[in-house]
Write a protein that binds this ligand. Structure first.
Ligand SMILES: [Zn+2]
Length: 153
């Protein structure tokens, strides 16, 4: 029996409906611990998650495959708005636009509540949050990075 721990950020009621979802290959990969993203089946250009037609060659066939789960923070914003009953985090939380080694860009938050805010250019290892039993890509900030030290006055 799998013991599920509640997500740090969102209510389990926001778990995506996986079956029939166009992103089902992403969720299935995430469930195996793999980051699976869409590519153009004709020219192998990385595609956005909701992209139906390739910008490069105009093909409308998509293939999903596992990619290297690493990248860097391209941009970051801090969300202060909370939705009672849906957002369970008590503090503002970061939303990252991660530029992946595969060429994809993926919007995600962190796997756990970060002790400090990520910065543009920070390395990211993509890991997975568990939201109501569905694995969701999320950012692990580089564990190899030197710990930030709070300067005491
Ligand atoms: Zn193409």
């Amino acid at each position: 029996m799998t013991v599920l721990t509640a997500d740090w950020l969102l209510s389990d009621t926001l778990a995506p409906q996986v079956e029939g979802d166009p992103l089902a290959p992403l969720y299935a990969g995430s469930d195996r611990g793999e980051l699976v993203l869409p590519f153009c089946a004709a020219c192998a250009l990385p595609l956005d998650l909701d992209q139906q037609v390739c910008d490069g060659c105009g093909a409308a066939e998509i293939t999903w495959r596992a990619v290297e789960p690493t990248g860097t923070v391209h941009s970051m914003t801090v969300m202060h708005r909370r939705e009672p009953g849906l957002v369970v985090a008590a503090e503002p939380y970061p939303i990252l636009d991660v530029e992946l080694a595969s060429g994809h860009r993926l919007i995600m938050t962190t796997r756990t509540h970060p002790s400090s805010l990520p910065r543009i250019g920070d390395p990211v290892a993509v890991a997975f949050r568990n939201l109501g039993g569905v694995a969701i890509p999320s950012a692990d900030l580089d564990p190899a990075a030197p710990p930030t030290t709070e300067a005491s006055s």
